[in-house]
Design a protein around this ligand. Sequence first.
Ligand SMILES: Nc1ncnc2c1ncn2[C@@H]1O[C@H](COP(=O)(O)OP(=O)(O)OP(=O)(O)O)[C@@H](O)[C@H]1O
Length: 307
Amino acid sequence: MTVLSCSGLRRRFGDVLAVDDVSFTIAEGETYGLLGPNGAGKTTTISMITGVLERDAGEVVVDGVPMSPDAVAAKRLVGYVPQELALYPDLTGRENLRFFASLYGAGRRRVDEVLEVVGLADRAGDLAREYSGGMKRRLNVAIGLLHEPRLLVLDEPTAGVDPQSRNQIMENVRALAAEGMAILYTTHYMEEAERLCDRVGVIDSGRLIAEGTRRELVERLGERDRISLQLDGDLSHAATVLGAIPAVRGLAPHGHGLELVVDDARECLPVVLSAISTNGAVVRSVEVTEPNLETVFLHLTGKALRE
Ligand SMILES: Nc1ncnc2c1ncn2[C@@H]1O[C@H](COP(=O)(O)OP(=O)(O)OP(=O)(O)O)[C@@H](O)[C@H]1O
């Protein structure tokens, strides 16, 4: 089921066309990563999706409800964790949450629940100003969750946070998606996108220039997963056996072994290894190469994601 549908989004600031005809959807339980270099239009896109910013053109629908800056019903379905922290430093973590809960009509029990979710329950009585950057960010995530949104939008939630908070936030995203929440996630960290996102959209100069799973994107560029094996034993026999595995698409000699081009290296590896061992060869080493999103990104935009 589709939770977010946006189509034809456009926004201009003076001479700058910040977002130009951007369309994508996010399904229930899906994590969608919006990747782009600085100034690509990610925050502008997110601001239109969350109803913070007027759009010049296009539609945003959340769970069947059209979004606009005055659409209260649609905004209730969206949790937004902005890049800029929105907290009261002189209130405790719990007081901050109670304040926002009163705005959203959420109860005290929900405040305690979200404190648990983001791992701040034991620090809830401390002033927000005393929190580390990562804890402040987690408090912001908690605020975004108070009203139990259908869509959670996170704008670079792990930028500049400590590894513990980063892991906590990533675990939260995973668990929330597993419960069915749709997640829109922007990040400069490619490995996060690879670990978390079911699909990614690559945005550059305001346009969505590519979209798909990691696998779809790398394959579109002609890149494939590879497994390199160093073997002892009869190489030509091993090649015949391995060549008969349907997921093995290509095979060539490589050092004292073979290099296989495969559909999905992780899925394929156990099959390959067991085929070899049952046919008498001995594996000396295995190397798996999976083309990553960084390669895709560089190829498509000519830029590294973090410059
Ligand atoms: N309020 C504004 N007024 C004028 N120009 C703006 C405004 N907001 C954004 N822009 C411009 O629109 C373009 C897209 O900006 P946006 O903040 O959406 O990019 P981004 O992908 O989120 O970048 P970053 O990764 O640096 O956060 C940039 O050229 C930016 O300078």
